[in-house]
Design a protein around this ligand. Structure first.
Ligand SMILES: [Ca+2]
Ligand SMILES: [Ca+2]
Length: 132
């Protein structure tokens, strides 16, 4: 019973979330002006929750096309520059590391890690203002 309730509330959350899910400009990211690796992991989770529509743990060609479209749309809106910087480098050419046409969670994590390390110029594990 407890399990059923938890599942029900999980499903309720999921559907409330997906109502505006593909509008990535509404995502919050590094809103206090700093970004930790935890923020980036949350971002990765949100990307998969939103765009891995068949839930198989990888973004297929078609799913990635939706992500590309959402990024292009966000770029035309007033999205936080941080979020845009984080997602702008996530074209398939940077994330599909083994070029098999789909992007797994671990490929996405590697791509985000590369991005994080590039922006975190003083390597203290936090991206702060001045580094972006
Ligand atoms: Ca998928
Ligand atoms: Ca791949």
């Amino acid at each position: 019973m407890r399990r059923t309730l938890a599942l029900a509330s999980f499903l309720a959350c999921t559907s409330a979330f997906s109502a505006q899910a593909s509008d990535i400009s509404s995502w919050s990211f590094g809103s206090d002006g700093t970004i930790t690796w935890g923020d980036v992991e949350d971002l990765r989770k949100t990307i998969f929750e939103t765009f891995d529509t068949d839930g198989d743990g990888a973004l297929s060609n078609e799913e990635y096309t939706a992500f590309d479209k959402a990024r292009a749309e966000a770029a035309g809106k007033d999205a936080s520059s941080l979020l845009l910087r984080a997602v702008s480098g996530l074209g398939r050419e940077n994330t599909d590391l083994n070029l098999d046409g789909s992007v797994t969670r671990s490929e996405m994590e590697t791509a985000l890690r590369t991005w994080f390390e590039r922006v975190d110029t003083n390597k203290d594990g936090v991206i702060t203002k001045g580094e972006y």
